[in-house]
Design a protein around this ligand. Structure first.
Ligand code: PLP
Length: 442
């Protein structure tokens, strides 16, 4: 199968459209109803990324961030977060390269993959990415050979087993039975271990797990002191929710309390690696129905099946891992009776199923469906399976945030990154290169 990761080609126009006021749904209407848009697309609400940043800082003032690039590696996301001055969590040479290409200093990167390929490790050493994680002895010998001056974080296991993606089976050493021995080995190799990292799991709901994670980290800090290390960095990973209407207030409370209890010493730096928190609500996916069938349910009720042009391979792959999305008709005037509905993606694969047993009004070919909270693990994991086009991104910002990003942030964005004005061309920035036109044949 061809994993064509070509959704960010060099010549892609990823400038941001400045609007006097920002309302994502009216932006979507402008584009979808322009008459010249057939392909599915995303709208990226750049101010939403900025609000996430500000909200994080306010909620957890002692916790800095390294954004997890794997969650959404769109240039627009990376550039905005780079401008705000936060760091990045990278897992490969490719991700490090991408982040460095934005002019980000290597000291802002944590190479948070505990198992690194030799050539990637050499690359990290060559470009000065020094902070990295490990969780096994073999990795320590590799680091000793290829990046002996690295600053290391020992990754420990602390899982919320109810998370959608649990990492403990794959990553992290046991903080009680394995950590001390690993630290002794590292010490004997003269390696510089500076702290602890953990990740409670992605798509978690049980945030009280942070308490036991902090306790475990404290335990490892104390073990490290016995070995001869003086740790000064704790990385609390990701797993923070990022959908509209979710809040990190409660989690923030748990974390702030745990910091007070276990790490009151302000010289210990605390950082994190949120992915979905930053990007999920900033992206809205818009897709249209190109085919449909009238069907019957098992109890002989009328029902419908719709075929849309982006499916699990083109953007909504988290559906395969049990995530749910809601599909809202763009035309809110459609009313009347609701029918049991199945929504299928465009590929000829039976797993490419987006929703079943949902209730929707009767829709037609050409009607658009809007999927909110579509920024996490979507754009970054889409590919052209079966030759289907993948959605492109149109980014928008309001005047105030444009001023903020170009003038007030630590690393201001270039004015050439923006287009101003409400012409159709501007509304289609980022989208026009690959689009096809639709003829209304009804
Ligand atoms: C995937 C990943 C993250 C991001 O997780 P979210 O749940 O998206 O916040 C952070 N750190 C590491 C090491 C990861 O693998």
């Amino acid at each position: 199968m061809a994993f064509l990761n070509n959704h960010h080609t060099k010549d892609e126009d990823d400038r941001i459209q400045i609007l006097p006021e920002l309302d994502v749904w009216s932006v979507i209407r402008k584009i979808a109803l322009s008459g010249v848009q057939e392909n599915p697309f995303y709208v990226c609400d750049v101010p939403d990324l900025i609000r996430k940043y500000q909200n994080w800082k306010k909620t957890m003032p002692r916790v800095t961030t390294h954004y997890a690039v794997k969650c959404n590696d769109s240039r627009i996301v990376l550039e905005t977060l780079a401008a705000l001055g936060i760091g990045f969590d990278c897992a490969s040479e490719g991700e490090i390269r991408k982040v460095l290409s934005l002019g980000v200093h290597p000291s802002r990167i944590v190479y948070a993959n505990p198992t690194k390929k030799e050539s990637y490790l050499k690359y990290a050493a060559a470009v000065g990415v020094d902070l990295m994680t490990f969780d096994n002895e073999h990795e320590l010998y590799k680091i000793k050979s290829f990046h002996p001056n690295a600053k290391l974080l020992i990754r420990i296991k602390c899982d919320d087993l109810t998370a959608l993606y649990v990492f403990g089976e794959k990553y992290g050493c046991d903080y009680e039975t394995e950590a001390a021995d690993l630290l002794k080995t590292a010490f004997s190799l003269d390696l510089n271990v500076v702290g602890v990292a953990f990740h409670i799991g992605s798509g978690s709901k049980n945030f009280s797990i942070f308490k036991s994670a902090f306790a475990a980290a404290r335990h490892v800090f104390d073990e490290a002191a016995k070995v001869g290390y003086d740790f000064n960095l704790l990385d609390i990973g990701g797993g923070f929710p990022g959908e509209k209407c979710t809040s990190i207030k409660e989690i923030g409370g748990i974390i702030n309390e745990a910091i007070e209890e276990y790490f009151p010493d302000p010289t210990v730096r605390i950082t994190s690696e949120p992915g979905r928190y930053y990007v999920n609500s900033a992206f809205t996916l818009v897709t249209s129905i190109h085919s449909l069938k009238a069907t019957k349910t098992q109890t002989n009720e009328r029902s419908y099946a719709y075929y849309v042009d982006v499916g699990v391979y083109g953007g909504l792959i988290p559906i395969l891992f049990d995530e749910n999305y809601s599909f809202q008709p763009l035309n809110t005037k459609i009313g009347g009776e609701l029918y049991p509905t199945v929504i299928w993606g465009p590929t000829c694969d039976s797993w490419d199923k987006l929703a079943k047993n949902i209730l929707l009004p009767k829709l037609n070919s050409g009607d658009w469906l809007v999927v909110e909270d579509a920024g996490a693990y979507t754009v970054a994991m889409s590919f052209e399976f079966n030759g289907m086009d993948t959605p492109k991104v149109h980014s928008v910002i309001d005047e105030n945030n444009w001023k903020y990003l170009t003038q007030e942030v630590p690393f201001p964005m270039a004015v050439e990154k923006f287009v101003r004005g409400t012409t159709l061309d501007n509304y289609r920035t980022g989208l026009s290169s690959s689009n096809k036109f639709r003829t209304n044949y009804f």
